[in-house]
Each structure stands twice: as structure tokens, then as C-alpha cells.
Design a binder for this molecule. Structure first.
Ligand code: 4AD
Ligand code: MG
Length: 450
């Protein structure tokens, strides 16, 4: 039986047009899904001559009837009764049928989202953001908006963008010739945040389980496929929680996001599997069905040393794990995501809780195949004296962090949390290989277009 005929009105952008003289076929897409709708236009259309000359990229509104389609691969098509040309595209519209390189598409970031790949990427990105809020809401976490402008360097890595209204050409100077930030907008030096964690910790000491989800900024000059100067981070912070609790939540959250992508963006995920990263769906299914690995930093170093593998950077206890080491651990050694725990205190941040061995901290990184570090987290140092000593030794100005130390003076509790790099998660789920291709308008060293 034929499907019932139904009168509809659709709006979208022309992906392609085929002119058969007697009839014109248009493929229309509005971004709601990967598929296009075929529009069939016959010469009885009042503006048939205009329609047949439309360029790819044009915005049109079509009134007509949905009918069964004889064409293979589509159940229905729209027989047009009226085609309204809303916004014609200049014939120079750059997204024609031929395939373009990812590099070229980055130069047209304002138009690339009208392609199959980028439509799918940004639908998945949206689904993962929405699934994030659902995940934490279901566990009764309170969503906190931590500040974007801050005076403290959470990671202590000195990779902050300055926020200032001083005249960059002629800044006011102190007597000893330094720039006088007392005269700046905030009467002190201020920066874009690298992490909402410290503020999140304050909220956890009162609201118990909280999370932030916002933009973070790093002025690190890393020109890699995994670093952006502006990226989004999800940072849960939990009072009355240790490193094990933190790891448990992280695993449940990552699995929740993978499941959400399958459930909400099934068609897009099939597209990524076929066109972007062969075997993606099977690999992610395997991740869903396996328990994440867990090894200490010390074991990881031993296994890297025993691997017989030639690495560009040498492996030794006390040195940071490089991307190549991280990928080897997750991809080759374990073949699944792995939590590495208990890193040497010298290579981790001041706020991480010192372990009893005097050498390591209760920190964890989640390493995943293809990406490397997806999550960084830790149990926080809740002991006032220990924290203060570490901060002094690290050369931090303790007065600037007085409020942070206060949390350890007024009802301190064991607490823990982590940060998940949202873009890296989108890369992991979609199989996209460069962070620049999962950010709407990427900001990287020497690039701030759009
Ligand atoms: O490991 P990081 O530096 O940890 C923190 O900022 C902690 N304060 C988080 C916390 O415990 N609340 O960063 C967390 C994650 C990394 O694992 C990585 O996925 C991502 O953020 N990330 C970046 N993503 C893209 N571009 C960059 N430049 C990134 N730097 C970190
Ligand atoms: Mg880290």
C-alpha cells in the first residue's frame, strides 16, 4: 500500500540539484539530521526556469505532497507544488559536491557546518552536552557557574591569558619600572580561567556534589591535534569523596556519553563509522562492555620500560608521560581506557592530596585509545598545614589563595573531582582526528578567525 499523501511545507538549504530537462531533483537539508529530502519539481511550477538554475547552498521553502519514492534508498520524496526562493546562493558557494580537505574546510568554518561531516559533529556535540546535564541532574549534582575571569592560576602552569584594560602601548608603571596593575580594571592582575575547580571546591563545601561546565582558556603554545586555546571542560567536585569515588563517577560518565551518542545520534554514528573512522562503533561498543583499566604511574613506567618499544621521549620515573606513552598504554598495552593513578608529586598540581609514601599524590588521568588524556582528576588536599606548606614551597602567593585555604579552616572534608576535556570527548566519540574539527570556531596559536 502507498503511504498516505500528506501536504507539507519544508525549509532548508539546497545540497545539490539535478536537472533532467523534464524534471528537476533537489536534495534539501535543514540540519535536523544527516539525510536530505528529495524534492521533485516539474515544469508546471510557476518559477520552474528560476528553480532549475538555483545554486547549491540556496535557501528554499517548498510546499507540496509527500509521496512514495521510486528511488532506491529513500522511502519518500516531496512533489513540489510551490518553491519559494528565500535566499539564493551565489554560484561561488564553496561546498560543492566534491570532497574537500579538512584543512580547507577550516578556512570556511562559517559554512562547513552545512556539510554532512560537520552537521553530524555538531549534532553529536550538542547531544553530549545535553547528556552531561542529564547525567549530573540524575545524581542530584548542583550545576555551578564558576567565573571566567579570575586572579588565580588553578593549574599553576603559567599558561593564562591576561585580561586587562590598560593601554598596551603605554601602561602605567610602578617606581621600579614594572607594569602597575593597581591601575588596571580590577586593581590587580586578572586572567581568563584555566579551570573552574578552585571555585567548584568552595561550592562542594556547602552544596556537597557540584559540577561546572564552561569554557576554559590556555595560552599554551601547543600546536597539536589535541590542544586548543579555548576549550570546554566539565568539572564535577564531590565532598566526602576519595580518589576511588572520583574514578567510579568518571567511568560512569564517559560510558553515559557514549551511550547517549548511540541512542540520540544513531544515524550520525553510522556515518562516522563508515566515512571518518572505520570500526568506530565496534570499538566504542567494546568500551561500553569493558571495565576500564587501572594502574599506578609506577606500574605504568615499569611496563613502558619493559615494552621494548622505541619512544621519541625517554621513559623514567619522575618524568611526565608524553602523548606517545599515554597512547601506548591505552591502545597497545590495555586496549581500552585506563586510569593511571598516583603520579609523582613534582609533576602534578599543588592541590592534589599527598599520599603516605611522601612521593606521590592521589591523582588520576584517564587515558583513552587514539586521544591519550581525556580526564585529569584527583583527591584534593584537605589538610590545612599540608596544603599551606606545599603552596609556599611551590612559590604561590598564599595571600592570593587565602579564601582557598579557608575551606580547610572551616569544616574541611575529604573531597575529589575531575575535569573532562569536552572537545577530546567529542573526538573520541566521533572519530574526528583534529580538535579544530569538533569546535565550532577553533582558537589555536596564531589563529582566531571568525
Ligand atoms: O588535566 P587538566 O589540566 O586538569 C584540570 O584543569 C583540573 N583542574 C581538572 C579538575 O580536576 N577539576 O585538564 C583537564 C582536561 C584534560 O584531561 C584534557 O582532556 C582537557 O582538560 N584539556 C584540554 N583540552 C583541549 N585543549 C587543551 N589545551 C587542553 N588542556 C586540557
Ligand atoms: Mg592533565
Amino acid at each position: 500500500m502507498d503511504p498516505p499523501r500528506a501536504a507539507v511545507r519544508v525549509k532548508g538549504w539546497l545540497r545539490s540539484l539535478r536537472d533532467n530537462k523534464q524534471v528537476v531533483f533537489m536534495q534539501l537539508n535543514d540540519g535536523s539530521c544527516l539525510a536530505t529530502l528529495q524534492i521533485v519539481c516539474s515544469p508546471d511550477l510557476a518559477n520552474f526556469e528560476v528553480v532549475r538554475k538555483l545554486s547549491t547552498g540556496s535557501a528554499v521553502e517548498v510546499l507540496g505532497e509527500i509521496i512514495a519514492s521510486p528511488k532506491e534508498g529513500q522511502r519518500v520524496e516531496l512533489k513540489a507544488d510551490e518553491v519559494i526562493v528565500v535566499g539564493e546562493a551565489d554560484p561561488s558557494f564553496p561546498l560543492q559536491k566534491k570532497a574537500h580537505s579538512m584543512e580547507y574546510l577550516r578556512t570556511i568554518a562559517h559554512l562547513r557546518l552545512r556539510s554532512n561531516t560537520f552537521g553530524a559533529v555538531f549534532r553529536v556535540r550538542s547531544a553530549l552536552a545535553q547528556a552531561t546535564h542529564e547525567f549530573f541532574a540524575a545524581r542530584r549534582f548542583v550545576y555551578v557557574h564558576t567565573p571566567i575571569i579570575t586572579a588565580s592560576d588553578c593549574e599553576g602552569a603559567g599558561e593564562m591569558f591576561r585580561v586587562s584594560t590598560l593601554d598596551a602601548e603605554k601602561p602605567p608603571r610602578t617606581k621600579d619600572g614594572k607594569v602597575n596593575y593597581d591601575e588596571d580594571f580590577f586593581s590587580r592582575a586578572a586572567y581568563l580561567t584555566v579551570s573552574g575547580q578552585l571555585n567548584g571546591e568552595a561550592f562542594a563545601h556547602g552544596l556537597s556534589d557540584v559540577y561546572t561546565f564552561g569554557p576554559t582558556f590556555r595560552a599554551e603554545n601547543s600546536n597539536t591535534a589535541r590542544h586548543a586555546a579555548e576549550f570546554w571542560m566539565i568539572e564535577p567536585e564531590m565532598a566526602w569523596c576519595d580518589l576511588d569515588g572520583c574514578i567510579e563517577l568518571a567511568e560512569a560518565y564517559v560510558k553515559h556519553l557514549i551511550r547517549a551518542a548511540f541512542e540520540r545520534c544513531g544515524e550520525d554514528m553510522k556515518f562516522f563509522d563508515e566515512r571518518i573512522s572505520k570500526g568506530l562503533i565496534e570499538r566504542l561498543q567494546h568500551v561500553l562492555n569493558s571495565e576500564f583499566g587501572r594502574i599506578t604511574y609506577t606500574e605504568a613506567v615499569e611496563r613502558l620500560l619493559a615494552s621494548g618499544q622505541k619512544f621519541e621521549f625517554p621513559v623514567s620515573w619522575g618524568a611526565g608521560l608524553q602523548a606517545e606513552h599515554e597512547r601506548y598504554l591505552a591502545e597497545t598495552l590495555l586496549g581500552r581506557p585506563v586510569f593511571v593513578t598516583d603520579y609523582p608529586k613534582e609533576i602534578k598540581s599543588f592541590y592534589m592530596r599527598r599520599n603516605a609514601d611522601g612521593k606521590t599524590v592521589a591523582a588520576t588521568d584517564l587515558l583513552v585509545p587514539r586521544i591519550g588524556e581525556l580526564i585529569g582528576g584527583s583527591q584534593r588536599e584537605e589538610r590545612y598545614d599540608v596544603l599551606k606548606d606545599v603552596m609556599v614551597a611551590a612559590g604561590l602567593n598564599v595571600d592570593d589563595y587565602a579564601w582557598y585555604l579557608d575551606l580547610r579552616r572551616f569544616g574541611t572534608v575529604p573531597h575529589a573531582g575531575f575535569g573532562l576535556g569536552f572537545e577530546r570527548m567529542v573526538m573520541y566519540v566521533t572519530g574526528m582526528e583534529n580538535i579544530r574539527d569538533v569546535v565550532p570556531f577553533p582558537r589555536t596559536p596564531r589563529n582566531c578567525d571568525f
